[in-house]
Design a protein around this ligand. Structure first.
Ligand code: FMN
Length: 169
C-alpha cells in the first residue's frame, strides 16, 4: 500500500509553516505543527493546553499511517529547535524514510544537520535525506522572503520528497 507523506514541523515566526503548507498540496501530504517544547512550557509554567497539536503528543500513533516523514525546523544559533529535538526523543521511526528540512537564513547549518541526523538515526529510521531551505533573515520586519521565494523553496522540497519516494520504494 502506498502511504501518504507526513510533514511534522515547528515554526516560531511562520516561515517554516509557510513552506510546509505550500508544499502540502504538491506532494499530497498531511501536516502537523508541533507546539512549544515542554522544557519551555515547564519553565514558563504554562499549562498543557497551550500546546497546539494534541496528536503530536502521541508521536507513534501520529506517524503510523505515513511514509516518508518530513521533519522541518528552523535553525537557531546553529542548532535545531528544542521542539523538534523533544519530538525526536519520543518518536519511533523504525522502518520509516525521513526527509530533514532545515530552515535557516544561512546557506548551510552543518552542526544542526548533524545533530538532527544523529537523533533520527537513533530513532531507527531506515533512510534519511536532508535539505537546507531558505528562512527569513532575523530583523525588524521579518519579511525578506517574497511569495515566489516560498514557492521556490516548497518546490525544491517537493522534488526531494518525490526523489525519496521513487528511489527507495
Ligand atoms: C535567535 C535566532 C537565531 C538564528 N540563528 C540562525 C542560525 O544559526 N542559522 C541560520 O541559518 N538561521 C538562523 N536564524 C534564522 C531562522 O532560522 C529563520 O529566520 C527561520 O526562517 C525562522 O523560522 P520560523 O519563521 O519558521 O520560525 C536565527 C533566527 C533567530 C530568531
Amino acid at each position: 500500500m502506498l502511504l501518504k507523506p507526513l510533514i511534522i514541523y515547528y515554526s516560531k515566526t511562520g516561515t517554516t509553516a509557510k513552506i510546509a503548507e505550500t508544499v502540502l498540496p504538491i506532494i499530497k501530504a498531511e501536516s502537523r505543527r508541533l507546539g512549544e517544547p515542554k522544557g519551555w512550557s515547564d519553565r514558563l509554567k504554562l499549562q498543557r493546553h497551550f500546546r497546539r497539536d494534541n496528536e503530536a503528543r502521541e508521536p507513534d500513533r501520529l506517524i503510523d499511517k505515513f511514509d516518508p516523514i518530513i521533519l522541518m525546523t528552523p535553525v537557531w544559533r546553529g542548532k535545531p529547535t528544542l521542539a523538534m529535538i523533544e519530538f525526536l526523543e519520543k518518536v519511533d521511526l523504525k522502518g520509516k524514510r525521513v526527509v530533514l528540512g532545515l530552515v535557516g537564513a544561512n546557506e548551510t547549518n552543518p552542526d544542526a544537520l548533524e545533530k538532527l541526523r544523529r537523533k533520527a538515526m537513533e530513532r531507527g529510521c531506515n533512510f534519511i535525506e536532508t535539505i537546507y531551505l531558505r528562512g527569513v533573515l532575523p530583523g525588524r520586519d521579518w519579511t525578506d522572503l517574497k511569495e515566489e521565494d516560498y514557492v521556490r523553496e516548497a518546490t525544491r522540497l517537493a522534488e526531494k520528497v518525490s526523489a525519496v519516494s521513487e528511489f527507495t520504494r
